[in-house]
Write a protein that binds this ligand. Structure first.
Ligand code: BG6
Length: 477
């Protein structure tokens, strides 16, 4: 199908992965253990993710998928060459904080970690791809969790900015685009897997979480300031797990609930893009049973360091209801949502709503008036390898096509969008479930949920489809 393109010539078509979901080699090259390394596949994953285990410990009888990932650590040269064949203009990945600072509180970084990322980014550049780096994509050194209680401690700001400074010094000549924190709002929905928060029995978990969120925001603003000073040619963005909140009905109570849910996620971006807490913050915190956040002298000034662009992931819209507990929940979502009766869902219960992407784009741009960047979009689905080895993932192509069309409509509405980045462009470990069978890739990786498999890479049908989308700058879908 052919459409008129609204995509500028420098539109950044890309593919994304994250270190914790791909690299493996968890104790190689001097890397320290991270919070994500404590997440097994299976039933025991959920309590850890939610921070319900005060001191999570490894259990030898369980399988921990991040320890081996898809072995990207050893195979990155071949993987990047394969992705370059698709014509990606930008490759998005994250840096594993515990590869540079194994325990998190060292004074100096691990040289092997630096050498690894320099080589990875050089490889991307050799293939003509720009690099977009996320400094914190859910993972952090476990030493900061056990030693400091993660982001509940203000000392984290020192450790994070030290780590960020190292990244700018060592990789600033290779990386043009930076994101400080992946899906910053996920700290509220999945505190341990999103931000290393593990709760002590009896404490006010929400109080701890919103205070920790404040520390993250201060660290992010200091990092933005540092980039602007150290790398004036680079661009830095914030990132939200996007997706509008629709009211379940036209009852004012549902409409109000959708506004509250929206505020609870966008306050992060309000701070990062506008430079101050929104006026609704006090009443939002009160509605959660949270006392005022403790601010240190100077924090207000620090928060004025705002980002250059607003990036977001979009997988699905959400539905808010004032009586959510009485309704059927939409299973599988990290962010709580009622079931939307008008939308189909993936096998994992995520609604499929391309128009929701156009709505989200319009809402974000109306609110922030900064360039947007769609840095994650994709469909988690099971793939079947046919007898001859082909993988006909037409369902994934359909999903991408409809979302790219909706994105083009959003751009025609006047929303400036820097680029489109397909998530999990090569199959990787699912963040929410730890499964390999929840596949997003255009490149298939032969690995199963129990860790077995040859790790061989092969192209799916979507590989050639995306290649022509990029080659035609979005005119051939
Ligand atoms: C986003 C994350 O929330 O969604 C990714 O930034 C994640 O890390 C992606 O993989 C899809 O979620 P899941 O749980 O299906 O992997």
């Amino acid at each position: 199908m052919t459409t008129n393109t609204v995509f500028p010539a420098d539109f950044l078509w890309g593919g994304a992965i994250a270190a914790n979901q791909t690299e493996g080699a968890w104790h190689e090259g001097g890397r320290g253990t991270s919070n994500i390394d404590m997440l097994p596949i299976g039933d025991k994953r959920m309590p850890v993710k939610l921070g319900q285990v005060a001191q999570p410990e490894l259990d030898e009888t369980l399988y921990y998928p991040s320890h081996t990932g898809i072995d990207f650590y050893h195979r990155y040269k071949d993987d990047i060459a394969l992705l370059a064949e698709m014509g990606l203009k930008v490759f998005r990945t994250s840096i594993s904080w515990s590869r540079l600072y194994p325990n998190g509180d060292e004074e100096t970084p691990n040289p092997e970690g630096i050498a690894y990322y320099r080589s990875l980014f050089e490889t991307c550049r050799e293939h003509g791809m720009e690099v977009l780096v996320t400094l914190a994509h859910f993972d952090m050194p476990m030493g900061l969790v056990t030693g400091y209680g993660s982001w509940r401690s203000r000392e984290m700001i020192t450790f994070f900015t030290r780590y960020a400074k190292t990244c700018f010094e060592e990789f600033g000549d290779l990386v043009k685009y930076w994101i400080t924190f992946n899906e910053i709002n996920i700290i509220l929905h999945s505190p341990f897997s999103g931000a290393g928060l593990a709760f002590q029995p009896g404490e006010n978990q929400k109080q701890v979480t919103y205070q920790a969120a404040h520390h993250v925001l201060v660290a992010s603003a200091l990092t933005v300031k540092m980039i602007h000073e150290m790398l004036p040619a680079a661009q830095v963005g914030c990132m939200i797990a996007g997706g509008s909140f629709y009211p379940y009905t036209s009852k004012p109570a549902d409409v109000w609930q959708s506004m509250l849910d929206d505020h609870d996620n966008t306050f992060f971006i309000d701070v990062q893009a506008r430079g101050y807490y929104p006026s609704y913050m006090k009443s939002l915190l009160a509605s959660k049973g949270v006392d005022a956040i403790e601010m240190a002298d100077g924090d207000e000034e620090i928060l004025k360091n705002t980002v250059d662009f607003v990036s977001f992931s979009y997988y699905a819209s959400r539905t808010s209801a004032h009586n959510l507990d009485e309704l059927t929940a939409n299973e599988g979502n990290v962010v709580k949502s009622a079931k939307n009766p008008y939308l189909p869902t993936s096998k994992w219960g995520w609604v499929i709503d391309p128009l929701g992407l156009r709505i989200t784009m319009n809402q974000l741009y109306d609110r922030y008036q900064k360039p947007l960047f769609l840095v994650e979009n994709g469909l988690g689905a099971e793939d079947t390898v046919a007898a001859g080895g082909s993988i006909n993932d037409d369902y994934r192509i359909d999903y991408f096509r409809e979302h790219i069309k909706a994105m083009a409509d959003g751009m025609a509405d006047g929303v400036p969008l820097m680029g489109y980045i397909a998530w999990g462009v090569i199959d990787l470990v699912a963040a929410s479930t730890g499964q390999m069978t929840k596949r997003y890739g255009m490149v298939y990786v032969d690995k199963n949920n129990d860790g077995s498999g040859s790790l061989k890479r092969s192209k799916k049908k979507s590989f050639d489809w995306y290649k022509q989308v990029i080659a035609s700058n979005g005119t051939v879908l």
